[in-house]
Write a protein that binds this ligand. Structure first.
Ligand code: G3H
Ligand code: ZN
Length: 278
């Protein structure tokens, strides 16, 4: 069922668990995410990056995910992940995304604030929630190196939220996209951010984090956990395996991808504690 990100994230914040936000590019991954969430009665966020939109087409991917959400039995939200500029965010809002991220964390503070304020004005006018990020995580979307890590400064984060009125905030505390080795998050820094910022906090780049780190992050204020790389890995592994058994049947191959991704999503839902919360 259609839900609002503020609603499910604020509920998670109060309940001391996190909502899983899983990336999709196509029909099978979308179905896997929804079915996993339904089987565990969990609220869920299904997100598409600009590169997913480029791959599938905006109208096509929107229709696939939106239809799955409308027909689902659990609270689910379609979210634009890592919108890089005003134009892509506006396109997503105009077609019907109820939740967007503007990721201007690569810009300096003033430019970041300015762009986010512009996005928030348009989004809120249309009843759309906005996630943004302050500080920059070292590896960008899909693990591509974009620049050096800039840890979130707690006072600056508070000022950013005050100036922009964003609905949720991504933090940089040692997390990085693409499950790099030795990824380690700074829980003390997260505690300081949490003491100054009361909106839901978001953690990107979670595929490489241990269960202990995920639990610590949630205990200290993170209520949205983003997972992409482990979905990609499970998909590729499933394709390789199934191609050996069924080299001429792409439905069998994609069906196996769906099953394996469903397993990954269910595992995370249980780790995040969002099962039975939907
Ligand atoms: O925005 C998406 C996430 O931050 C995914 O990070 O690829 O490390 O799971 P990940
Ligand atoms: Zn991310």
């Amino acid at each position: 069922m259609i839900s609002r990100s503020q609603e499910i994230l604020q509920k998670a914040q109060k309940g001391g668990y996190a909502v899983g936000a899983f990336n999709t590019n196509n029909l099978e991954i979308t179905q896997a995410i929804i079915e996993a969430a339904e089987e565990l009665k969990a609220p869920v966020i299904i997100q598409t990056t600009p590169s997913a939109i480029e791959y599938a087409g905006l109208e096509e991917i929107y229709t696939i995910v939106w239809t799955a959400i409308v027909n689902s039995k659990i609270p689910a939200v379609l979210h634009l992940d890592h919108g890089k500029d005003y134009e892509i965010v506006k396109r997503a809002i105009d077609i019907g995304y109820p939740s967007v991220m503007i990721d201007a964390s690569i810009l300096n503070f003033e430019e970041n604030v300015h762009l986010v304020q512009r996005v928030v004005a348009y989004a809120h006018q249309h009843g759309v929630a906005v996630e943004s990020e302050i500080g920059a995580i070292g590896l960008g979307e899909e693990g591509v190196r974009e620049g050096s890590t800039l840890y979130t400064d707690p006072a600056q984060a508070a000022e950013f939220v005050r100036l922009t009125k964003v609905d949720s905030l991504g933090v940089s505390i040692g997390n990085a996209h693409g499950a790099p080795a030795r990824e380690k998050i700074n829980i003390e820094l997260l505690k300081k951010i949490k003491s100054k910022v009361d909106i839901p906090l978001v953690l990107h780049g979670c595929s490489g984090l241990s269960v202990t780190d995920l639990h610590q992050a949630i205990k200290n204020g993170i209520c949205k956990i983003n997972i992409d790389t482990n979905i990609r890995k499970a998909s590729i592994d499933a394709m390789r395996e199934e191609l050996k058994q069924n080299p001429n049947d792409y439905r069998a191959v994609l069906g196996e991808v769906k099953e394996k991704v469903k397993g990954v999503v269910k595992r995370y839902i249980k780790i995040l504690g969002s099962d039975s919360k939907g």
